[in-house]
Design a protein around this ligand. Structure first.
Ligand SMILES: Cc1cc2nc3c(=O)[nH]c(=O)nc-3n(C[C@H](O)[C@H](O)[C@H](O)COP(=O)(O)O)c2cc1C
Length: 308
């Protein structure tokens, strides 16, 4: 059974996914952060992230975000040409920059776009498609019309984050709407939202025994051993968690020190965000010192204060 690491822009890039897999070595499905259609096509760095060598051996599912039929088709064709066998469709992004243009959660109510998705999925039986979505942009029942169409096509699964876009990533999870969604979906459903411990997963599985699996984002970014702890059915000791986490972050630092050419500042601005969700795991003091570190010596001293 594969767990799913949620795509998070600025965090789950190919180096993160590769070294996470190397250190933690669990069965995980990884996704790229969303890929967009720009005037000139897909950005080179997005293609590199989706198809670069660090995607081996763990593999990755490229995720796309689109506002209309043309963007959707262009993206799907570009990825297939590049060798993709799996494609995830983002219909949940709540960022106003995307939703104002009709992408992400704003696509949930776009009926003609949903019909185009069905056409594309049906015309590419060789590709496994999945959808990642929310309940709606403004209302908690916007998913209903979309689901009617998604029910007519074979998806590997639908990942549902049971909030509306206006909530972004905070506020109440709407578990009753999630329940209705699971009952009505003909495709398998994956739960996503606010999981931070093995007990949270147990709780969800008890409530929804038919659930395909869970996808976790911030919980794993803050505690990268979480999937191991869930699959082993017990929490790791603090020492074990911190030792592995430090090894993981050392590998990321070494990778970016070897590949970024812009000097210390560029390396720091790349690696510091990897700690963003780890305040609880590493303690407020160390977390703040890492955040404030202005050079590599200060960064290394801050990391050295993390208590096992
Ligand atoms: C900063 C940030 C960037 C994100 N980028 C993406 C993205 O590119 N694609 C996507 O489908 N979801 C994205 N998400 C949403 C996550 O995949 C996930 O659905 C969300 O964090 C809720 O799950 P969690 O509570 O386990 O973190 C992003 C979330 C955050 C906070």
């Amino acid at each position: 059974m594969k767990y799913h690491l949620a795509p998070v822009q600025g965090h789950t890039d190919q180096a993160y996914r590769h070294f996470h897999n190397m250190v933690y070595n669990t069965q995980i499905e990884y996704y790229t952060p969303f890929i967009r259609w720009e005037k000139e096509g897909v950005r080179k760095r997005d293609m590199a992230d989706a198809f670069g060598e660090l995607n081996s051996p763990q593999g990755v599912v490229p995720q796309i975000i689109f506002k209309n039929e043309t963007e959707l088709r262009n993206l799907v064709e570009t990825l297939i040409e590049a060798g993709a066998k799996r494609i995830d469709l983002n219909m949940g992004c709540p960022f106003p920059l995307q939703t104002a243009r009709g992408r992400g959660a704003a696509a949930i109510c776009n009926h003609s776009l949903a019909e185009e998705i069905a056409k594309i999925v049906n015309s590419h039986p060789e590709i496994n498609f999945s959808v990642k979505m929310r309940l709606g942009l403004k209302e908690e029942n916007e998913w209903e019309n979309l689901l009617e169409i998604l029910n007519t096509i074979p998806l590997t699964h639908i990942t549902l984050h049971p909030r509306i876009a206006r909530q972004q990533y905070g506020g109440e999870i709407n578990i009753e709407a999630f329940r209705r969604f699971v009952e009505k979906s003909k495709n398998k459903v994956i739960y996503n939202g606010d999981i931070t411990s093995p007990e949270d997963v147990e709780d969800i599985k008890l409530q929804f025994p038919e659930l395909e699996n869970v996808m976790i984002g911030r919980g794993v970014l803050g505690r990268p051993s979480l999937f191991n702890e869930i699959s082993e059915g017990k929490e790791w000791s603090r020492e074990e968690r911190i030792d592995k986490m430090l090894e993981f972050h050392r590998l990321l630092l070494r990778h970016y020190s070897n590949t970024l050419i812009g000097g210390e500042h560029q390396i720091l601005s790349k690696i510091k965000p990897f700690w963003e969700y780890a305040e609880e795991e590493i303690g407020r003091k160390s977390w703040k010192s890492i955040k404030k570190a202005t050079n590599m010596a200060k960064y290394n001293s801050a990391v050295a204060t993390i208590m096992r």
